[in-house]
Design a protein around this ligand. Structure first.
Ligand code: COA
Length: 255
């Protein structure tokens, strides 16, 4: 039982709902540690094939880190706080199971950063994205200066971070920040529809594909070498035998 999350599992998808709607689902430390725990549990649960992260209510996915918790922090405490967020968001980004952000409203600051740590982002039409930290005398601290550049390029990333402008879901789509924009009442169904396609694939290959794509952005790895290694690894797994047999036998694979 969590104080700040709702967690349910439907059709092999764990849905984690950030549940502080009166604070626009702002990410306080309790929520972040509960998110880490719920996520760890979803990864360990063999009945769970994928994860959706969304926000409670119709207004916000998450309106950022909880600003109230910043009061009185010194530099070291603030760096520790940022580091903690990096660990959790890194865990999401490197998850072997696909993770979709169902962005149902404001995704600001840490909320935008959380959505960016997920593998796919589906936005409702009312969603708004932004990194407003410099307005507070801060910079993005949960990966925003890096992942926003990765997704939309330096030109627009710097504009959004420096002006603190919020962008609409449609603009986020045009910039390549989100995969789809749908009416709010269709948001979860759209996520589930995409995940149903992924559930039909080899979980091992899905994991190795995520790992290989992520290697592109990892300075400590050569992405091409990582791909070669992971390609070879596919051949050691039963999913490969099943996938190829199913193709040759003209049937659907059963992973
Ligand atoms: N941290 C803590 N509390 C937050 C919050 C945050 N990041 N974002 C919103 N809240 C709280 C508000 O303080 C308010 O609480 P209250 O009712 O106890 O006063 C409640 O959530 C509702 O927000 P409110 O500002 O009244 O809603 P709004 O519709 O007028 O404005 C926003 C919505 C998103 C524009 C506005 O809440 C906002 O600018 N939030 C901060 C965004 C931000 O700077 N994020 C980066 C943080 S590093």
């Amino acid at each position: 039982m969590y104080q700040t999350l709702l967690v349910t599992t439907e059709n092999k998808t764990c849905i984690i709902t950030l549940n502080r709607p009166d604070k626009l689902n702002a990410l306080n430390q309790t929520l972040l540690s509960e998110l880490k725990a719920a996520f760890t549990q979803a990864l360990a649960d063999s009945e769970v094939k994928s994860i959706i992260i969304t926000g409670a209510g119709e207004k916000a996915f998450a309106a950022g880190a909880d600003i109230q918790e910043f009061v009185g922090l010194d530099a070291q405490q603030a760096s520790n706080l940022a580091n903690n967020g990096h660990i959790i968001f890194g865990m999401i980004e490197n998850s072997p199971k696909p993770v979709v952000a169902a962005v149902n409203g404001f995704a600001l600051g840490g909320g935008c950063e959380l959505a960016m740590a997920c593998h796919l982002r589906i936005a409702s039409e009312n969603a708004k994205f932004g990194q407003p930290e410099v307005k507070l005398g801060l910079i993005p601290g949960y990966g925003g200066t890096q992942r926003l550049v990765q997704y939309i390029g330096k030109t627009k990333a710097l504009e959004l971070i420096l002006t603190t402008d919020m962008i609409t879901a449609n603009d986020a789509y045009i910039l390549g920040l989100v995969n789809y924009v749908v009416p709010q009442h269709e948001l979860l169904n759209k996520c589930k529809e995409i995940l149903a396609k992924i559930h039909a694939q080899s979980p091992n290959a899905v994991y190795l594909a995520i790992k290989s794509v992520n290697a592109y952005f990892d300075d400590n790895k050569n992405g091409f070498e990582e791909e070669i290694k992971n390609f070879g690894q596919c051949f050691t797994h039963n999913d490969f035998k099943e996938g190829v047999s199913a193709f040759l036998e003209k049937r659907k694979p059963n992973f």
